[in-house]
Design a protein around this ligand. Structure first.
Ligand code: ATP
Length: 236
């Protein structure tokens, strides 16, 4: 049943003016309950792919289906996706909880207070709910941005390089956040340029290089087969 598959990407291509193809004929799917890592070096096309899935930019070719619905800008099905992109701004003089409530109010969707607490709890910010964001460390702010993406427990959570700019202890905490979210059988698509990170957090992986898929499968299989090596494969 296609309508139960969180994400199906078929023949996706994104060309930029000047002829650069940031994404080339990309096809893969994310099944319910998978934590799929989109792995590749800088410039591989991960961000471009995720932005198309979020309906932020138009594909040049191909299509994307989320729970069976075609993704177009403003499509109702986008409300089933929670997304994290770098650089979410928070109001420093408000608490973490107040920032999340404000964000949600702006979406015009009804919010249960329990959702705020739940998201902050999963993000490991339970003790800091009522503290002003001004007093948060960078890792805490980044986890607050993840909590924002998790509000209402979306059916598909999409995170673009959530550990970027974090130090090892903060990266460890971020990994725990993803584990807690995924433990309830929820579906996650997360990008990374680090194989070790994908190995530690993901069940499945799609490896991209120069806009193309070069390997895909269960993390254990790809890691055993030398996932790093795929970075050196030059696309024709
Ligand atoms: P990173 O980790 O650096 O974000 P990435 O795998 O997410 O890498 P993309 O950001 O998707 O890669 O970029 C893929 C390619 O597309 C790069 O060569 C980039 O320079 C190019 N690109 C991205 N956005 C645009 C744009 N708006 N116009 C032209 N080229 C772009």
């Amino acid at each position: 049943e296609l309508s139960s598959v969180p994400l199906v990407i078929s023949g996706l291509t994104k060309s930029y003016p000047g002829g650069l193809k940031a994404v080339r004929d990309l096809s893969f799917r994310v099944e319910h309950g998978q934590v799929l890592g989109l792995l590749g070096p800088n410039g591989a096309g991960k961000t471009t792919t995720l932005r198309m899935v979020m309906g932020l930019i138009h594909p040049s070719e191909g299509h994307i289906r989320v729970f069976g619905h075609k993704v177009t800008p403003g499509a109702p099905v986008l409300s089933r996706i929670g997304s994290f992109v770098e650089g979410s701004g928070f109001l420093p003089h408000l608490s973490g909880a107040a920032n999340l409530r404000l964000y949600w109010a702006a979406t015009g969707r009804p919010l249960e207070e329990a959702h705020v607490e739940e998201a902050l709890e999963i993000a490991g910010l339970g003790d800091a709910v009522n503290r002003r964001v001004r007093t948060y460390s960078q890792g805490m702010r980044q986890r607050l941005a993840i909590a924002q993406a998790m509000l209402g427990l979306p059916d598909l959570l999409i995170l673009d390089e959530p550990t970027n700019g974090l130090d090892p202890p903060q990266i460890h905490q971020m990994r725990e956040v993803l584990r807690r979210y995924a433990a309830a059988g929820r579906t996650v698509l997360v990008s990374s340029h680090l194989l070790a990170e994908v190995e530690q957090t993901c069940s499945h992986v799609v490896v991209m290089h120069k806009g193309q898929l070069v390997a895909a499968g269960e993390v254990a299989d790809i890691a055993a087969g030398g996932g790093e090596a795929t970075f050196r494969v030059d696309s024709p």
